[in-house]
Design a protein. Structure first.
Length: 116
């Protein structure tokens, strides 16, 4: 059974840092690329960072240069180091495969709130 558990969120001042973690079980990532998504209040969920096979990474323009996605060798954990946080980064952060395709499972996410 697929399960994704995100953690590490919290309240931080603008300019601060947070490190998010995602623990996967049930072969949640399989051989897919792993990604972090976020959903801000009143906005659609968006993908912000992708970790592809071979360690290749891609970032949304809004976080490029500030966020770093990484994974361990087991393929069951993916992290997101977030630096120079801005109030507009406030959102619920979730991990999952990329592209999401037909999967309709999401973890509970972790709330990140950045105060100005």
């Amino acid at each position: 059974q697929v399960r994704l558990v995100e953690s590490g969120g919290g309240l931080v001042q603008a300019g601060g840092s947070l490190r998010l973690s995602c623990a996967a079980s049930g072969n949640a990532f399989r051989s897919n690329s792993m990604a972090w998504y976020r959903q801000a209040p009143g906005k659609q969920r968006e993908v912000i960072a992708i970790l592809r096979a071979g360690g290749f990474t891609e970032y949304h323009s809004s976080v490029k240069g500030r966020f770093i996605i990484s994974g361990d060798s087991s393929g069951n954990t993916v992290a997101l180091q977030m630096n120079s946080l801005k109030p507009e980064d406030t959102a619920i952060y979730l991990c999952n495969i990329y592209p999401i395709g037909a999967r309709n499972y999401w973890g509970q996410g972790t709330q990140v709130t950045v105060s100005s």
